[in-house]
Structures are given as structure tokens and as C-alpha cells.
Design a protein around this ligand. Structure first.
Ligand SMILES: Cc1cc2nc3c(=O)[nH]c(=O)nc-3n(C[C@H](O)[C@H](O)[C@H](O)COP(=O)(O)OP(=O)(O)OC[C@H]3O[C@@H](n4cnc5c(N)ncnc54)[C@H](O)[C@@H]3O)c2cc1C
Length: 405
């Protein structure tokens, strides 16, 4: 019987298994996941679940019963340690299993901080359900929290900590929040939001050392500017690294992720990659990108599954992500990194946090972010796809429907 093996029990892996069955694949599906839990979604871990407002079960992609009902051989708590592309074999727990097609959906892991005191108790990362459980406990009772990194994870964690009544300081080497992700203009919107909730920022500074207290727990953070920040908890959110170990040991092409073409095929014909680990050629942008966001796992897993089934696949979605912080909800389409745009245009009430921001390059839309404005993603993405030069005055005018610009 044909056997498809999926390595990585996250959203991309689970969605790929679901699509294989939905498309009528009746061979064997083996899904390996290193974590003890069945595949789950991570966004609630820094939002509703961390705040204690969402049930643990709501994070799971499928119920445990779903895997049995769909004859998906889910092996949780099992790490695949090697791939042999020539023999079409994966190894786990010392035993080998052959595959006909293999999907790498191994995701990413938090980048670790390497400074004195980094291993002290109370220095935390946020990637897994147990990480989120521990943070929620740590935030209980209004503690002093220092967040290292003003990216999405850092800011969402800062919001959750403030909502738990903790005192929060964020240390960030860049000149502003979310700098590399959305640039200074929109970064300021989030800085102002957090300041209005009592968060203190220290931009242009790095964490130089973590100091322990008498019990061996973290007690303070020394910054590169010489400031000593008292801390009961430190949350490190300085980005993630794609889990490429298996792929590089197996000789697959790896470059900040497992390199794939637009059909999510790696450099080996029977091996595919999707989700956070994949560095995929996106025809829309004309280059390879690694997108570390939920929607890319949600849609990339299924696209890889179709590709594994021999269907013609061109994975060409506009990158999309979202975030919730305090009462602010936003969606962003496109990748508005500094250097990719020359103008930002606003439609709506920027100060009142109800607006759409458009990043333009030579008049063409690079990206759009809707903040507390909903049901515009399709229109924004259509404008990005159109590649047309747009009139900024009409873009800024709420009286002009987006579909008519
Ligand atoms: C706290 C948090 C909040 C987030 N919030 C948002 C958000 O609001 N919006 C948004 O767009 N995105 C968000 N993201 C990003 C989003 O969750 C990721 O893009 C998504 O989880 C990627 O899914 P994945 O399946 O590719 O990888 P992962 O979720 O990393 O899953 C990969 C799985 O593979 C397992 N694995 C790795 N190697 C092996 C191996 N050798 N053998 C077996 N198993 C292996 C890993 O243990 C892991 O369980 C958030 C991420 C985090 C951590």
C-alpha cells in the first residue's frame, strides 16, 4: 500500500493529512509529532489561552477521534531523527519506516538568547502549550515582567501580562516595535497602544545579562545601556529558527528554511515542505519567502498534500497574518518590511485605532493592514495582486469602496 509520511504534528502537518483524505487518498498516512499533544494551533497561546479565556481543547486542530476516524496513524511524542531520501526512509526511535512521499512540516523553534544567566529559572520562551501554561501561572498575581523583543510574540505577551496586572518593560535593540515586520510607521501605532496600557519600552538596548536572586531564579535584567530592570519573569521573544536539521542532514537544499518551488516540492522529488519550515518560491513576489504565520501553515499544508497527490499546484497566496492585543484586532496582507515601500497611506481613524494602512511602492500596493476594521481582506489582497498604480487620495477616502479603486 502507498504510504505518505508527514514529519511535524503542527497545523501544516494536520491540515495536510486532512486534505489527503478529503482528496480521496486511501493509502497509509503516518503523522509524526514530537510534542505529546495532538496537533494544535499556536495563536491562542499568546492570546485567549494565555489569558485564561479559551479552553485548551479549542486549540486542537482535530479531536483525537478524528485521526482514528480518518485512519491517520498519529504518532505523538515521536521525533523523527533521520531521513534517507535515496532509500525513501525515515528513522524514529531507532527503527526505520519507508515512505512513498514525505512532507516536512517541522515548523520552527524559538531563537535562544545566549547571554550570562540565560538558563536561570524564570527565563521563558513561548512556543508550546506547556510554555503558555507556565507563563499564565507566572503572570498570576501581578509580577514584574521583562519582555526581550518587541516583535509579535513579545507584544502579545506584553499585552497578556498587562491584562494580568503585571508591570511590563519591553527591551528591543531596534529603534521601534515591530520594526522589521511592518516598519516604523505602523510600529508606532502599537507602541502608543502599549504605552497607553502602561508598558514601558527601552528601544535601542539589548539584554546583556540576566542576574539571579538568592534562590537561583532570575531577579533582574541588565541592559546594554547599563539599566538594571527588576524581573520576576523574563519572556524572550527574539524570533524563531526553522527546524531544518533533518533536511540539511539528508542533503536537501536549505537556505533559511527548506527550499521549495511553488508546488512545495523540495530539491528531492518525493519530499515536500510546508509551513514555518518552508522557504517557498512565491510567484506573486518573484522570490522565495519563509512565512512564519498561521495562514501559511493552514493553506500550505493542504497545498503540499495536493502536490503530493500529483495535482498541479501553484502556491501563490498573498502572505497574511493577524494579531490581537488588548482591544485591537488586526489583519495584515502582504509583507511590509522596511525597504519594500516608499509611502504609507491611511484610510479611517488612525488615532482612534479604526483604520486601514496601505504600504505603497511607486504607487503599487505592497501590503495593507486593517485595524479594528473587518471584511476587507479580499479587497486588499485583490489590490496587491492587481499590481496597478493606485491613486493615494482615493485609497485614503473611506467614501470610495476598495473594490472601485
Ligand atoms: C505563541 C504563538 C502565537 C502565534 N500567533 C500567531 C498569530 O496571531 N497570527 C499568525 O498569523 N501566526 C501566529 N503564530 C505563528 C503560527 O502559529 C505558526 O506560523 C504556525 O504554528 C506554523 O505551523 P507549522 O505546522 O508550520 O509549525 P509548528 O507549529 O512549529 O509545528 C511543527 C511541529 O513539528 C514538530 N517537529 C519538529 N521536528 C520534528 C521531528 N523531527 N519529528 C517529529 N516532529 C517534529 C514540532 O515539535 C512541532 O510540534 C503564533 C506562534 C506562536 C508560537
Amino acid at each position: 500500500m502507498t504510504r505518505f509520511v508527514i514529519v511535524g504534528g503542527g497545523l501544516a502537518g494536520a491540515k495536510a493529512a486532512e486534505t489527503l483524505r478529503a482528496e480521496g487518498f486511501d493509502g497509509e498516512i503516518v503523522l509524526f509529532g514530537a510534542e505529546p499533544e495532538p496537533p494544535y494551533e499556536r495563536p491562542p497561546l499568546s492570546k485567549g489561552y494565555l489569558l485564561g479565556k479559551a479552553e485548551r481543547e479549542s486549540a486542537f486542530v482535530h479531536s483525537a477521534q478524528w485521526y482514528a476516524d480518518h485512519n491517520v496513524d498519529l504518532r505523538t511524542g515521536v521525533t523523527v531523527t533521520a531521513i534517507d531520501p535515496a532509500a525513501h526512509e525515515v528513522t524514529s526511535g531507532g527503527s526505520a519506516m519507508t515512505y512513498d512521499k514525505l512532507l516536512l512540516a517541522t515548523g520552527a523553534s524559538p531563537r535562544r538568547i545566549d547571554i550570562p544567566g540565560a538558563t536561570l529559572d524564570g527565563v521563558r520562551y513561548l512556543r508550546t502549550l506547556p510554555d503558555s501554561d507556565r507563563l499564565r501561572e507566572a503572570f498570576a498575581g501581578g509580577r514584574r515582567v521583562v519582555v526581550i523583543g518587541a516583535g509579535w510574540i513579545g507584544l502579545e505577551t506584553a499585552a497578556a501580562a498587562r491584562m494580568a496586572d503585571c508591570q511590563v518593560t519591553v527591551v528591543e535593540p531596534q529603534p521601534g516595535a515591530l520594526y522589521g515586520s511592518v516598519g516604523p510607521e505602523l510600529g508606532r501605532v502599537f507602541e502608543d497602544l502599549h504605552r497607553s496600557h502602561g508598558v514601558e519600552f527601552r528601544f535601542g538596548e539589548t539584554a546583556a545579562e540576566f542576574h539571579g536572586d538568592a534562590s537561583g531564579r532570575v531577579g533582574s535584567v541588565l541592559t546594554s545601556a547599563g539599566a538594571v530592570l527588576p524581573a520576576d519573569v523574563v519572556v524572550v521573544g527574539i524570533g524563531v529558527m526553522p527546524n531544518v536539521g533533518l533536511a540539511s542532514s539528508a542533503g536537501l537544499e536549505v537556505s533559511n528554511g527548506v527550499v521549495t518551488d511553488a508546488a512545495l516540492r523540495t530539491s528531492h522529488p518525493d519530499i515536500y515542505a510546508a509551513g514555518d519550515v518552508a522557504q517557498t518560491f512565491l510567484p506573486l513576489l518573484g522570490r522565495h519567502v519563509r512565512v512564519e504565520h498561521w495562514a501559511n501553515a493552514l493553506n500550505g499544508g493542504p497545498a503540499a498534500a495536493r502536490s503530493m497527490l500529483g495535482q498541479q499546484v501553484t502556491y501563490d497566496r498573498v502572505p497574511y497574518f493577524y494579531s490581537d492585543q488588548y482591544d485591537l484586532g488586526m489583519e495584515c496582507s502582504g509583507l511590509p518590511e522596511p525597504g519594500t515601500y516608499d509611502e504609507v497611506v491611511y484610510r479611517g481613524d488612525r488615532a482612534g485605532l479604526e483604520f486601514i494602512a496601505f504600504w505603497l511602492s511607486a504607487g503599487k500596493l505592497v501590503a495593507g493592514m486593517n485595524v479594528n476594521v473587518w471584511d476587507v481582506t479580499e479587497d486588499v489582497q485583490a489590490l496587491i495582486r492587481s499590481g496597478r498604480v493606485l491613486d493615494p487620495v482615493r485609497l485614503a477616502d473611506p467614501a470610495v469602496p476598495l473594490a472601485e479603486i
